[in-house]
Design a protein around this ligand. Structure first.
Ligand SMILES: [Zn+2]
Length: 383
């Protein structure tokens, strides 16, 4: 028999109240009771505890008909999170409040050597700790372009970064005295969608990050699929052609060799003889450069072709694409989608959507990564 102790019930009720305040703030105690079904007295006790613990603050007094004047509650913005997004070229570090609002940002080049990388991250974190004097830092969340073994905290696979078997959690938490949470970048984007983009009701979701490589984060039955030792989701390294160009993972012809931004730059170089950055390639295509248009179209077709693996294997309800390409969605969206829809086996084709704010998915994911320790999974605490 599964029974629950008083502590467990209290914890669940506390999370229900905390999540209602997060998603409906400013909100009155009466509305929390109405939406949660909890007794008014229970809500009051929990709210008093949350105010004492500085999770929640009382806002202005509202005005309602018939003379009632409830006091509205909101999350305490003095609880902050440090978010770190490591990408192959650049590392960004932000200070964010509990609502995912960015307060301050530091950037540093990402070196090839992980030890220098950790030093660089620390160099960015220190000034943020200094400006958060008087605030409570909840934790450090890190998004990585690779796979982390969640049991050991070791970054085991990050071919585009070149860091191998690297421990970031140990040195960073030792140097700062703050708890560190690590997550794969695409998984962080899944968390961001669930936490901040109101996708709590979607239970089967795949986030595909398209940048230097291709990463996928898989939410199945409402749970992040991490796989044995955290290695799940490497669709980017499934070979489409074993005789294709070499991949950073050591194999050949992987999906990301054909569908990443690097692939588009290669197509452009091969046809025009010129080098370009991905952002410039998007501009060139807008200006009508035939080689740039062709390169981006080829990338889009390969992205759609690779998505067929995901559609056939996982049948998600929604696929979110993350990356610079979302800023040119009118060019990419239809081409990717038409290729993805070829030979759908049956059932509904997943909705294909661009991430809402280009580049912020990973960062907001790092905030969610830290907050979920206290708030739990937002899908379980919906009103
Ligand atoms: Zn590969």
């Amino acid at each position: 028999m599964q029974t629950a102790s008083t502590e467990v019930v209290r914890d669940i009720n506390r999370r229900i109240v905390l999540n209602l305040i997060r998603t409906r703030q400013p909100i009155s105690r009466a509305d929390i009771a109405r939406l949660s079904g909890l007794q008014r007295s229970t809500v009051s006790l929990i709210v008093e505890a949350l105010i004492r613990e500085n999770w929640v603050v009382e806002g202005p007094t509202g005005r309602l008909p018939r003379g009632r004047r409830p006091t509205f509650l909101r999350l305490n913005e003095n609880r902050v999170i440090i978010g770190v997004v490591v990408r192959p070229l650049e590392t960004s570090v932000v200070l964010a409040d509990v609502n995912g609002k960015f307060l301050s940002e530091q950037r540093v080049k990402t070196p090839c050597d992980p030890e220098a990388g950790i030093k660089g991250i620390l160099g960015c974190i220190e000034p943020l700790i200094a400006v958060s004097r008087g605030k409570k830092i909840e934790g450090i969340g890190i998004s990585l372009p690779g796979r982390v073994n969640h049991a050991t905290g070791i970054l085991e696979f990050a071919p585009n970064l070149g860091w191998r078997d690297c421990d970031l959690r140990g040195p960073l938490s030792a140097a700062t005295g703050i708890e560190v949470e690590l997550e794969n970048a695409a998984n962080a984007c899944v968390l961001a969608a669930v936490w901040f983009d109101h996708m709590e009701s979607v239970r089967d979701l795949v986030a595909v990050t398209v940048s230097e490589g291709i990463g996928t984060g898989v939410l199945m039955n409402g749970q992040l699929a991490r796989g044995f030792q955290g290695m799940a989701g490497e669709f980017g390294h499934v070979p489409l052609d074993p005789n294709g160009p070499p991949c950073t993972c050591g194999s050949r012809g992987c999906w990301e060799v054909y569908g990443s931004n690097q692939a588009a730059l290669r197509y452009y170089r091969e046809s025009s003889g010129r080098e370009s950055s991905f952002t410039d390639l998007l501009t060139l295509a807008d200006e009508g450069d035939a080689c740039a248009i062709k390169a981006l179209d080829t990338q889009a077709r390969y992205l759609g072709r690779g998505l067929r693996m995901i559609v056939a294997g996982l049948a998600p309800e929604r696929i979110i694409l993350v990356g610079e390409l979302t800023s040119a969605w009118r060019r990419f969206g239809p081409a990717i989608e038409s290729e993805m829809r070829v030979h759908v086996l049956g059932g509904a084709t997943p909705q294909l959507v661009p991430a809402s704010e280009a580049g912020h998915g990973r960062m907001r994911g790092t905030v969610a990564l830290v907050l979920q320790k206290d708030f739990g999974d937002p899908r379980e605490f919906r009103a």
